[in-house]
Design a protein around this ligand. Structure first.
Ligand code: AMP
Length: 302
């Protein structure tokens, strides 16, 4: 049985960064999320692909033992495509093209196993689809992501979805845009007023902050010199975060703080190479090393 389910995109990306480009790069929010979460727990993907999705594209799910019983293949359809570019500010992706393709008519239908998974992540995809999945799920903890596109074109739908989750994990620019507030603390408070108990705001190379009504916690990003392709940083963060919570099966403050560190470690590895390439060769010992380093470089005494 899967303890964690993710709905999101499985994509074929074209990526350009200041350090290189890749024309056909396996991507998508659900792909990056599940590859990351698979280091911690059994994870199942709810998504859709087309005929053009090859056995080689699918290999990462098999290698990482991700459950793809809910990954639907549409005959005659094309997989979701995203074309993105980054300048030297690697925190901001510029979308050059988005083709929804098979996602345009996708009606997610969760298997019984997926409905009963205790942890659910609504990865970046249309907010109505996210809500359809949330309505089918019996999960006890639900988190979600989104992006500027949906804040621009589907804000009301998005706020309805935010209202039915426990946690939202978004980046700082999205938080400001969503809350219509310049100050991040005020923005976080406003987002909490939409319904969730937890708001996690990712700040790229500056780290991540955690807000509830009563608690604030923040950590820096892993100090990395070798950022190569930031695509999927947010999803691998969320995968580490949700995977670690699902594996501990706890939601207390200690578990949540630890989960943010695991999320940050996974994101730090993911950005070292294109696509999921780095996570495909990642080892549990490497994760352990960076978790310890996080502990060391955030420790101080009064
Ligand atoms: P991030 O973790 O934010 O860097 O997510 C990157 C992934 O999001 C890429 O692999 C894209 O395929 C995917 N993506 C980009 N735009 C969209 C969209 N409109 N809907 C769903 N997924 C998207």
């Amino acid at each position: 049985m899967s303890s964690l389910v993710v709905v999101g995109s499985v994509a074929i990306d074209s990526i350009k960064t200041p350090f290189g480009e890749r024309e056909r790069s396996l991507g998508g929010s659900a792909t990056h999320f599940s590859a990351s979460a698979s280091f911690y727990t059994d994870v199942a993907v709810v998504a859709v692909i087309g005929d053009d999705f090859t056995a080689e594209d699918e290999a990462v799910f098999h290698e990482r033992k991700v459950n793809i019983a809910n990954l639907k293949r549409v005959a005659g359809g094309q997989t979701f495509r995203w074309v993105g570019e980054y300048g030297f500010d690697l925190n901001t992706a510029v979308t050059k093209d988005t083709q929804l393709n098979v996602f345009a008519d996708f009606k997610p239908e969760l298997s019984q196993d997926a409905r009963n998974a205790p942890f659910l992540f609504l990865g970046n995809i249309q907010p109505t689809l996210q809500r359809e999945v949330r309505e089918q799920s019996n999960a006890k903890f639900v988190a979600m992501d989104t992006m500027n596109l949906w804040i621009d074109i589907a804000r009301d739908e998005l706020i309805k979805t935010i209202n039915v989750v426990d946690a939202i994990i978004i980046n700082d620019a999205e938080a400001r845009q969503l809350a219509q507030e310049a100050n991040l603390v005020t923005a976080a408070k406003k987002i909490l007023s939409f319904g969730p108990k937890i708001a996690i705001i990712k700040r790229g190379e500056y780290g991540a902050s955690f807000f509830t009504k009563d608690v604030f916690f923040a950590i820096p990003a892993y100090p990395l010199e070798s950022v190569f392709d930031p695509t999927g940083a947010g999803d691998s963060f969320a995968g580490g975060f949700m995977g670690s919570l699902a594996s501990a099966d706890k939601l207390d403050e200690h578990a949540l703080r630890r989960a943010i560190v695991y999320g940050s470690v996974m994101a730090s590895y993911n950005v070292e190479e294109f696509s999921c390439d780095r996570l495909r060769r990642l080892t549990p010992d490497e994760i352990k090393t960076r978790v310890q380093e996080f502990k060391d470089f955030t420790h101080f005494e009064i």
